[in-house]
Design a protein around this ligand. Sequence first.
Ligand code: HEC
Length: 637
Amino acid sequence: MKKSIGVVTLMVGLSLFAIRTARTQGQAPETTTKPSAAQAPAKTPEPATVTAPGTESGIAIFQQHCMSCHGNANVPQAPAPSAIREMTPERIYDALTNGTMKAYGASLTDDQRRMTATFLSGRPLGSLQQGDAKDMPNRCPSNPSMADPAAGPAWNGWSGAGVSNARFQSAQAAGMTAADVPKLKLKWAFGYPNGLSAFSQPAVVSGRVFVGTDIGYVYSLDAKTGCVYWSYQTKGSMRTAPSVAPVSGRGATKYAVYVGDIHANVYALDAQDGHLLWTAHVDDHFIARITAAPTAYNGRVYVPVSTSEEYQASSLDYPCCTFRGSVVALDGSTGERIWKGYVVGEPKPTRKNSKGVQLYAPSGGSVWNSPTIDVQRNAVYVGTGDGQTQPVPDTTDAIVAFDLDTGKIKWFYQVQAGDAYIGGCNGPTRTDNCPEVNGPDLDIGNSPILRTLPDGKSVVVVGTKDAYIVAVDPDRNGALLWKVNVVPAPPGDPNSMMAITRGIFWGGAADDRDVFYGVQSGGMVAVDLATGRRRWYTKFANAGPYASNSAAATAMPGVVFVAGSDGKLRALSTTDGSVLWEYDTARPFETVNKIQAKGGAINSIGPSIAGGMLFVGSGYAVVGTGTGNVLLAFAAE
Ligand code: HEC
């Protein structure tokens, strides 16, 4: 991706965060138009000049200012990055401000020291035990035994119903029909203490809502009232949707809730009372993280592993690059590792850079999305991220199928070849760590959707950041079925920021006829699953200045929901894309737990629908003004 790095030293460079959302100017309002290739709206991208608050951005500072010692074998006294990541943010901040690292901290602003401490520890300063349920005024009066999650309506994990990642809820489980959607009214709001982002999509199981927060809490709330049953604070910020599943051999515990944190730790908590059953560290790389929901299936948990290594890997102090993406299968009852399937081969030394620092390849292939399980074909599908160094393996920017039992790659379909991308490699900050050609940075951030069509044939579908929808055949080792472009490229450089980020990021929803994706350049598109033919494309009339709709879609019969970075949640008719209902979440809310809360941007997550209610989190600090810390619960009246 081309960016004006020269003016911005501390940019957030991670591919999938919408900080790269170009702000648009002078965009003519359009409604339900069907743009032709000639109709590309004129947009002026601005460089992203905002540094992201929260846990996302301090990696660039660490790569540039600290890794000449930390992680350098020639400076053995300096604690390894992984050891620093175990420290509290307070200790790291103190070392940089008053302690042994004062000399290096002095070249940073106070904000930068905080960002570094926050990133390394995975938690903001002052967040330890600052959101415990026991201190909340809305504690539930009692905690009756949870009903069997399989018995009632549920939106469980990332995809809601089942493990095909179609994000489609049946009318029965939704507990509402298309006719009820326009009658949705806010029932309650819950504030995330000290939160800047609502990264975690709520799960709704047995009449309870399970959700994680960016300061590392997991909460269990009552779906009807929003009273809180329990909380548990993990070691790091949490972006994943929880999954609830039965466990065995754990005494009185019947059901576990699984989540992952930003330090690559998976936690299994007792869904009834929140006590820790086990925790598992799924990757030893110091910048490994879990950003997408683990998928619970048949006694196992399948965990996607990603990284922010590429942020500022152009720094000559950084031994670029050694992370490789993977999926890890764990035993759901014990946390024991069953297999770890890597997306690319083991990084080996290649050459030394001009500062004498060793470089490595292959690397990359982060898994940013929740694994899709194909029960019939005994496979796990994920979308994979770009490579970081050259040569770039064919399994990057691809749909990869792992064997469900062994983790061996069964097949893959590469959407973009040769994509090695490193932050800081465009413009004047380019170094000889950089790939010859940087980018185009086309990670596949969304879960493959598996659908069986009325004729019995199956399709596996993903969307790309440059606005293609790609369908492959799981019965023919991922052979291409169709590939269509749904948003025409803007005129000019095909690798410009607008060209690369106009499309699909976090995920679509599908019924048995169509697949629906919100697009980063604003609006939503519906495409026929059998042929790839576009059925409709709706742009929103009253879209705000941050009108990107890259959040994941959620569907039920007749209706598909999509939210936006402008904070608006919309329900569209699946028939023609007309808007049935709209709600603006970007405002303050009174909360059941009496903390100050507001909505902001909605990005990455979509709404969860079950038992007559709809839940959505609002706030996404990575988008300039989009901070927010609220969970909203709606029901039809
Ligand atoms: C020139 C080498 C060098 C640089 C550059 C450097 N460090 Fe260190 N760092 C060290 C060494 C050596 C130690 C161990 C010091 C000791 O134990 O007295 C250390 C210790 C630390 C500790 C542990 C403090 C504690 O409480 O135990 C932290 C945290 C830390 N460094 C963070 C950083 C960060 C963040 C940066 C970049 C802004 C940085 N360092 C830059 C060499 C360095």
